[in-house]
Design a protein around this ligand. Structure first.
Ligand SMILES: *Cc1c(COP(=O)(O)O)cnc(C)c1O
Length: 413
């Protein structure tokens, strides 16, 4: 054993400083280290309390340590954790059944993250196009400022050049169009396009809802050219926008849908959903993953979907959304020098910084964090709110109070 760690490794004292010493510096985490959480309540190493309006990044939609999930996972942990893909398992069969019953899809493929779900979707779309139309049909069209994950393929498909810089050579035959620009879509989506991938609401790109006319135009152009329409619902899915999936709100049905984040409420799982006809273009050995659809992950996701896909649950998400939007409208009216108008859908909301405070979203969220409220950003100019979908009216009011105090403190400098 390492001489530095002779005994008691699990009780080794660690602080935020330890991050800078032993983690690869891909993140710049907050100064405080959360150690415990329940619902939307989080406590750090010092015992200080925070109200969590991040849910990870739109992940823990049923709240931290949700009792029904804790119970389901505990039972599964004591029953069966893992099997290789040479065996199927009951939880994954139930999960695929509930997801296909609830959506347009007939088939599901499970993996461990959003990037992997998109990787599977893009590979399937290429395979489908190549076998059905020929190898010339390879091109992938996606949108500028989109985010689809961090594998080399998905980061190349994503529309944020800063994330591909230095990683060249990149995968080929990928074009980017401006989001919500129907004319660019018409020009780009031609007969050699295999897939068009789009977030129905751009999350990382600044919480920008897709125009229904734009999404409809993508559907029509895909139908015309034989390209597959992929909706990346990794962030918008599983109740976040007030429907099980946002395609149900916009009334445009994709050929392939990807889901992750909230699907596991914090336990890693991703899913790719598609139709019978398209699914047949993958066969035994075409694609796979060791952990995909394991019994533990599938148990969590099954219980998540069962809780969220209830009319009363989704109605409450929409009610909480209306209240939060009203609060934020008022906040932006009261602090016009700080904030523009809130935008988004359901409980995925962006509050843009006003002209003059552009680039300072992170500074504002740090101020709020000091006062006990955890918030996200979506790029340098947008404060992003993604509370658990189980947020109470009292918690909405408490968040409003802290956001106002933070706005005062921010202005005071
Ligand atoms: C977070 C996110 C991803 C990537 O998911 P990972 O689980 O981090 O791989 C992909 N697409 C969208 C829209 C996301 O928000």
């Amino acid at each position: 054993m390492n001489a530095k760690l002779e005994s008691g490794v699990t009780s080794l004292p660690v602080t935020r400083q330890t991050f800078d010493e032993v983690l690869v510096p891909t993140y710049a985490p907050a100064a405080m280290v959360p150690v415990r959480a329940a619902g939307l309540d989080v406590w750090d190493q010092e015992g200080k309390h925070y109200l969590d309006f991040t849910s990870g990044i739109a992940v823990s939609s049923l709240g931290h340590c949700n009792p029904l999930l804790v119970d389901a996972v505990t039972r599964q942990v004591n029953t069966l954790w893992h099997l290789g893909n040479g065996y199927t398992n009951e939880p994954v069969l139930r999960l695929a059944s509930i997801l296909t019953a609830a959506t347009f899809a007939d088939r599901a493929f499970f993996c461990n993250s959003g990037a992997e779900a998109n990787e599977a979707a893009l590979k399937l779309a290429r395979k489908y196009a190549h076998t059905k139309f020929g190898p010339h049909k390879s091109r992938i069209v996606s949108c500028l400022s989109s985010f689809h994950g961090r594998t080399l393929f998905t980061v190349s498909v994503g529309g944020q050049p800063k994330y591909t810089e230095g990683f060249e050579p990149l995968p080929q035959e990928i074009n980017h169009i401006a989001y919500n620009d129907i004319e660019s879509a018409r020009t780009a989506i031609t007969d050699d396009v295999a897939a068009v991938i789009v977030e129905p609401i751009q999350g990382e790109g600044g919480v920008i809802p897709g125009d229904i006319d734009f999404l409809k135009a993508l559907r029509e152009l895909c139908d015309k050219t034989g390209a597959l329409l992929v909706f990346d619902e990794v962030q918008s899915g599983v109740g976040r926008t007030g429907a099980l999936y946002d395609y149900m709100n916009v009334g445009v049905t994709p050929d392939i849908l990807t889901s992750a984040k909230a699907l596991g409420n914090g336990y890693p799982i991703g899913a790719m959903l598609t139709t019978d006809e398209i699914a047949q273009h993958f066969n035994v050995g075409s694609h796979g993953t060791t952990y995909g659809g394991n019994p533990l992950a599938a148990t969590v996701a099954l219980n998540v979907v069962e809780q969220i896909n209830q009319p009363s649950f989704l109605a409450r998400v929409n009610e909480a959304s209306a209240k939060l939007f009203a609060q934020l409208e008022k906040l932006s009216n009261d602090f016009p020098q700080l904030f523009g108008k809130p935008r988004g859908k359901g409980l995925l909301i962006g509050l843009p910084m006003a002209e003059g405070n552009k680039g300072r979203a992170k500074d504002y969220t740090k101020t709020a964090e000091k006062l006990g409220l955890m918030l996200l950003i979506a790029g340098p100019d947008v404060v992003r709110l993604a509370p658990a979908l189980v947020v109470s009216d009292e918690q909405l009011i408490e968040a409003d109070r802290i956001m106002r105090d933070a706005a005062q403190a921010f202005i005071a400098g």
